[in-house]
Design a protein around this ligand. Structure first.
Ligand code: AFP
Length: 334
């Protein structure tokens, strides 16, 4: 018996017919998906294609760039500059927004991306991914600069991420739920395999880099200590821990079976470690659309007013009841 599952193209056309997206946004999402396929090919070739290791350069945040960071950034730029649907692009790997080069026409959207999230995991063959976010460009701007991008995550019109793991997955939202697609490597198309993802409201699994515990603020310390106390403590149940250190893989696990993912502010990263525009906002949109919650410990991530393109933020996301608990610990300690 053949199983009929819609491919991404059909999924998007149906959303266009339902008036949820227009043709330009459909093309933009398809282009991002195509770029993710190209990145996936490079990631999976690994050492055979000589793409592992350092590029010998540093990005705007003074982080070492891996060869695959640079390659993935180039793939996304090249794929997206000629479609006529974008006004400008911003990348975690580039200091300033990229403009649409002549002679290509400009469109109504802004695209932001983290071309290769978790790139310090590449050389040890652990899952990495790509995260993207789409905003509307404010009207009347000829060359949209940084300020055009500084919109709260609530205004995103689409967000997605790919995970290059045992299989290549694409998770997407255009505001009508969160849906997952698996790349069929023989057909070359993303197929809807995880429709209408829902995150369980409760969980007994947390994800945090515990090596930073001594640097955390007290609400986070309190929450994790309560989890670690397990059955014998206040929570009355044992908790499990996972930390891949690739946000894409950790968030996909939370989407699949629930959990809470945290990268809080700490004594070293006073504003948090993750990037608001390239990581936190798209993931918060995806998680909220799956029935979960995402806060910076105080307010929903999606309501944070960005002040700069490469701004960092604390992230607490996943199963609603646990996120609310950690958030209440923060609010209670104020
Ligand atoms: P890299 O892209 O530099 O590997 O960072 C990945 C990341 O932004 C996010 O994907 C992880 O959740 C987090 O950083 C891991 O950070 P730690 O290495 O401090 O645990």
């Amino acid at each position: 018996m053949l199983i009929h599952r819609p491919a991404l193209t059909r999924f998007l056309i149906e959303r266009q017919r339902a008036g949820l997206i227009n043709a330009d946004l459909r093309l933009l999402i398809e282009t991002c998906a195509r770029a993710c396929k190209a990145i996936s090919v490079q990631v999976h070739k690994g050492a055979l294609a000589n793409v592992l290791g350092s590029a010998g350069t540093h990005n705007v945040q003074n982080e070492e760039q891996k060869k695959l960071d640079v390659i993935s950034n180039e793939i996304l730029l090249e794929a997206n500059e000629w479609g006529g649907n974008l006004a400008a692009l911003a990348s975690e790997e580039m200091e300033k927004p990229a403009q649409i080069p002549l002679p290509h026409p400009k469109g109504e959207y802004l695209l932001l991306f983290d071309p290769l999230d978790g790139s310090s995991n590449i050389d040890v063959n652990i899952s990495v991914g790509t995260i993207f976010s789409v905003l509307r460009c404010p009207k009347g701007l000829d060359e949209p600069g940084e300020s055009a991008f500084l919109q709260p995550g609530r205004t995103q019109v689409a967000a997605g991420f790919a995970v290059y793991g045992p299989s290549t997955l694409l998770v997407l939202t255009v505001g009508d739920g969160t849906h997952g697609f698996t790349l069929d490597p023989y057909m070359g198309s993303f197929v809807l395999t995880h429709p209408g993802i829902r995150i369980p409201e409760d969980t007994a699994e947390f994800a945090i880099n515990v090596s930073n515990m001594r640097r955390w603020e007290s609400p986070v310390k309190r929450y994790i200590e309560e989890c670690l106390a397990g059955k014998d403590g206040l929570r009355g149940k044992d908790f499990n821990m996972r930390w891949v250190a690739s946000m894409v893989a950790d968030v996909f696990r939370v989407l699949s079976r629930g959990g809470i993912f945290m990268y809080p502010r700490d004594a070293r990263y006073k504003d948090g470690r993750l990037r608001l525009m390239y990581e936190a906002n798209p993931m918060a949109f995806i998680v909220e659309q799956a029935g979960g919650a995402a806060t910076d410990g105080h307010i929903p991530i999606l309501d944070v007013q960005p002040a700069s393109l490469h701004q960092r933020v604390a992230v607490i996301l996943g199963s609603k009841n646990e996120v609310e608990r950690v958030t209440s610990y923060h609010l209670g300690s104020e």
